[in-house]
Design a protein around this ligand. Structure first.
Ligand code: FES
Length: 124
C-alpha cells in the first residue's frame, strides 16, 4: 500500500525573512523530499499549502489508508531531514498498521512527531 508524504510548501521558519526569500522553507524541503523519494514504488509525495502547524515549521504528514498516520514538524529544509522523512515513510509503507518500531526510526525524525491519527473505523 502507498504511503503518502504531504509536505507543506508554505512553511516559513523563524528567520526566513532574513534570507533572500526566493522560496519558502517548505518549498525547499519539498524539493529535497521529492528528490529523495524519486523512483520509489510505495512512497508518493504531494504538496499542500498549510497543514495548520505553522508555528512548528517545516511540517509534513505521513499517511496511508487504514493505518496510523502522523504529522511531524520543526524540520529544517536540509538533505538529512528529507532523507529521514523518506526512510520513515518507506518503513511506514512496509508496516501493516503504520506503527514503525522505534529502533528502526531514522535519527533525523526523532523528536519531530507532533500528532498521531488512528485510522478511521469502517463505515457501516
Ligand atoms: S504554513 Fe506550513 S503548516 Fe501552515
Amino acid at each position: 500500500m502507498t504511503t503518502w508524504i504531504t509536505i507543506c510548501d508554505t512553511c516559513k521558519r523563524d528567520g526566513w525573512d532574513q534570507t533572500d526569500m526566493a522560496q519558502t522553507d517548505g518549498e525547499a524541503l519539498a524539493d529535497l523530499v521529492e528528490t529523495a523519494a524519486t523512483g520509489l514504488q510505495n512512497v508518493k509525495t504531494r504538496r499542500v499549502s498549510c497543514l495548520m502547524g505553522c508555528r512548528k515549521a517545516c511540517n509534513v504528514a505521513i499517511q496511508a489508508k487504514g493505518k496510523l498516520c502522523y504529522t511531524l514538524g520543526e524540520f529544517a529544509p536540509e538533505t538529512e531531514a528529507a532523507s529521514g522523512i523518506v526512510s520513515y515513510a518507506m518503513a511506514h509503507a512496509e508496516s501493516e498498521t503504520g506503527q514503525v518500531p522505534y529502533r528502526t526510526w531514522p535519527e533525523a525524525i526523532k523528536g519531530h512527531f507532533v500528532t498521531r491519527h488512528p485510522p478511521l473505523p469502517d463505515d457501516e
